[in-house]
Design a protein around this ligand. Structure first.
Ligand SMILES: [Zn+2]
Length: 260
């Protein structure tokens, strides 16, 4: 039995595709690891999906990829320091649809938020309106992490650049966000936060504020096409603490075993 395309729902011929656009993979080919939300670890191999038909892949979805690759060359390839401001020009629909697409593609490999993101398929395909009342996007700039490097009794400061591409569900320690969904799409310094609040949710304003306050203030509005983003102080290590902590644990575990 032929399987349906995750986008158009037709039983067309399905293709195997990378989750991240080929043009981005090419541009970050020196990043030797990519994160798999499903396995909870970084992989060297590329993540792929095989439930999208040729027509969707080569048509409407590849046009969105083209847009994001243009944005990569214009903005995402550049790293920014604390205090920098970037005047960011964007086409809200193209950017939002692409962010939803990569989130939906990741979600189908993990099962996390896949039902939620499926409801945005008409908008991703460009045949539906942006459900502005349930969905919003914020952006922030992540700065390099400064580390002291000691060699031959000389201390120098090294920079750890936020070089990563990541699409995942966000979690905040000690804060219940189960009534909404927050997803992150990170491309180097640029961190896009996707916020989904269901129409029928009953929570008080304080709870909404407690979540909103966790996120940067730079809201991308559908009716706008420019925003000035000021780089803050958050760095890559802070943002991916979950991964770094796991890595430290692995290293400790490894040295404990090898000591025996
Ligand atoms: Zn299709």
């Amino acid at each position: 039995m032929a399987h349906k395309c995750a986008y158009c729902g037709k039983k067309n011929k399905l293709t195997k595709e990378h989750i991240w656009p080929r043009c981005i993979i090419k541009r970050v080919s020196n990043y030797n690891a990519r994160f798999s939300e499903r396995a909870g670890k970084f992989f060297e191999a590329e993540l792929t999906i095989s439930d999208v038909c040729e027509e969707c892949n080569n048509g409407v979805l590849s046009k969105l990829d083209d847009y994001i690759c243009e944005m990569y060359d214009k903005y995402f390839q550049h790293f920014h320091q604390k205090g920098d401001s970037v005047s960011f020009n964007y086409d809200f629909d193209k950017l939002a649809r692409w962010l939803l697409k990569i989130s939906y593609n990741t979600a189908r490999t993990t099962g996390i938020d896949s039902k939620l993101l499926e409801t945005y398929v008409p908008y991703i395909l460009g045949i539906g309106q942006c459900p502005e009342d349930t969905f919003s996007v914020r952006v922030e700039l992540i700065v390099p992490f400064q580390v002291a490097d000691i060699q031959n009794n000389l201390v120098t400061v090294k920079e750890l650049l936020p070089t990563s591409v990541r699409s995942c569900r966000a979690q905040f320690e000690g804060i219940d966000i189960s009534w909404c969904a927050i997803r992150l799409v990170a491309i180097n310094s640029f961190y896009f936060w996707l916020i989904f609040i269901p129409r029928n949710v009953v929570v008080d304003q304080r709870e909404i504020n407690s979540v909103v306050n966790l996120l940067p203030n730079n809201i991308l509005y559908p009716e706008c096409s420019n925003i000035v983003i000021n780089a803050g102080t958050k760095n890559a290590v802070e943002m991916h603490r979950d991964w770094f902590e796991r890595k430290i644990k692995e290293v400790k575990e490894f040295s404990r075993k090898t000591r025996k």
